[in-house]
Design a protein around this ligand. Structure first.
Ligand SMILES: C[S@@+](CC[C@H](N)C(=O)[O-])C[C@H]1O[C@@H](n2cnc3c(N)ncnc32)[C@H](O)[C@@H]1O
Length: 233
């Protein structure tokens, strides 16, 4: 019996092949359940674990530093990076056109792809992006380098005034939405509006719900100061 076992063991495929198979299986299992970028992660994860001992630890340190430079605000403000899609750019374009918006800020602009695309389409409108994750800020700056109507600032958006803006676009998380809304009320002009992708302001009814691909875009015109928000105790 033990001889049979030994012989069978001898025919075991190489460990890297098993790791590759595990990766392919994991990728197929997550195919429909997870966003597409997970496929690559699931595919290589077992291979990385298998080869882990052969990888210089410096690479892990480098990966952690890069992750930190990108996802800096996940720790600081509980808002990680995820990008809005082209449907959001289309929805915002429609709004800019219909309402004649002149100043729009993307607060937490990530790599700047939204404001850069809009700035190209609407040269008469001024776009401002605020971003404090260092690598994303640099990317956004680079994207907007030839666009005179698109500026990217390395500033915490809580610490800058939004008074100049006709509209503020956010794609953040449920966590800051009430605070965002209060800032809009304090600082946006009467006719200003907040556009929030995916996340509602708790206790405030959106004026309209604009289809924008996977998520909806909520439009909140700035209310009079006597808003209906109930203050937390
Ligand atoms: C979910 S991403 C959205 C990126 C982009 N607006 C889009 O729609 O593709 C949110 C971004 O907000 C940034 N962020 C979060 N809190 C911030 C703050 N207080 N000041 C500046 N940027 C912030 C994060 O670094 C992240 O890049």
């Amino acid at each position: 019996m033990s001889r049979v076992w030994m012989q069978w063991q001898g025919e075991m495929p190489d460990a890297w092949l098993i790791a590759l198979l595990a990766g392919v299986l994991a990728m197929l299992m997550g195919w429909r359940l997870l966003p597409p970028w997970w496929r690559g992660v699931l595919l290589v994860a077992p291979l990385v674990m298998w080869g882990g001992l052969q990888i210089h630890p410096g690479w892990f340190l480098a990966a952690a530093v890069i992750l930190l430079l990108i996802q800096f605000n996940a720790i600081r403000h509980r808002v990680p990076l995820y990008r809005s899609g082209t449907a959001v750019i289309e929805a915002l374009s429609e709004e800019i056109q219909q309402r004649g918006l002149r100043q729009l800020a993307d607060v937490g602009c990530g790599d700047g792809h939204v404001i850069a695309a809009l700035a190209r389409r609407f040269p008469e409108t001024q776009f401002t992006g605020f971003e404090t994750a260092p690598l994303l800020y640099l990317l956004a700056r680079w994207r907007c380098r030839h666009l005179s109507n698109c500026q990217v600032m390395f500033r915490d958006f809580w610490r800058v005034s939004w008074r100049e803006q006709d509209a503020v676009f956010t794609f953040l998380s449920p966590e800051p939405m009430l605070r965002i809304w209060r800032k809009c009320q304090r600082e946006l002009p009467e006719e200003g509006a907040l556009y929030s992708l995916a996340f509602e302001v708790p206790g405030v009814e959106a004026e309209s719900l604009i289809g924008a691909g996977r998520f909806d875009l909520y439009r909140y015109p700035r209310l009079p100061r006597q808003s209906t928000i109930s203050e937390p105790e």
